[in-house]
Write a new protein. Sequence first.
Length: 293
Amino acid sequence: MTSPVDLHIHSSKSSDGDFSPFRIVQLAREKKLRAIAIADHDTVAAYPDALRFGEEAGVEIIPSMELTTIFEDREFHLLLPFVDWKSKVVSGLVSQVVERREKEARGRIEKLQELGFTITWKEVKKEAGPFPPLGVTIAQIILRKAEKENSAKLKKYLEGEKRPLAPYYFYRDYFMDGMPAAVPRQNLKILDVLGIVSQTGAVPVLAHPGAYFQKVKKKDLAVLKEHGLQGLEIFTSYHSTKQSESYGRMAQEFDLVPTAGSDFHGTIKPHVPFGSLSQGGYWMVEELRKRRP
């Protein structure tokens, strides 16, 4: 029951992930993880292949996805472990998210162009492939160009301590509310999603509540619990020990299953190596399974 798990991993099926589902499963086996969930941004494209790879490697794969939603003007990320990836409800949600995220991305690109950056929708789509283009994907393109051109304007992101997380610093400086390339969010409302998530077989878990763009408070969890939230990601690369302890107490208070997920991406998050999360236990999977609709 104490076997290690990681319930929040991104593959190359996310536009900001590097490793194929096959490679991720192999790494999970090497790290002796009992169970993992590949939870790509707004897509279930890792399935069914990831399930087959897991069966062959002896690693339990829990189908999941990370849905981008909005709650009171903040972007909340909702994990959906045990999701029925073949569900028509899921495909409908994905279609809506893709359409909304593309509209958002086009708006960001237009504003960046107005600010003097050389970036086009065509190159963003090429980078993202068939998946929704994320803000950090746009940032990666901008920063690669800046490095090649030795841009003085973006030098601060390419040197010193900011370099490893440059896309995220760029995102905060340009795409967050009030920043020069910010556009109105197009995300689905989390309360609407919680209202239909039982139709997907998933157990809704709020990801990294302490993330800088979420800053989840107790009153937020009270509302989300009332609308069907079942789990809370306690252990994550976004949280300090103090934050994990604080959210752990909130999870207990609201009867939410505490979960652990590294939010591994690859090179875009070099500070989060695969298998670096030590707090996840298989008991979390068992508790989530009990909450399945």
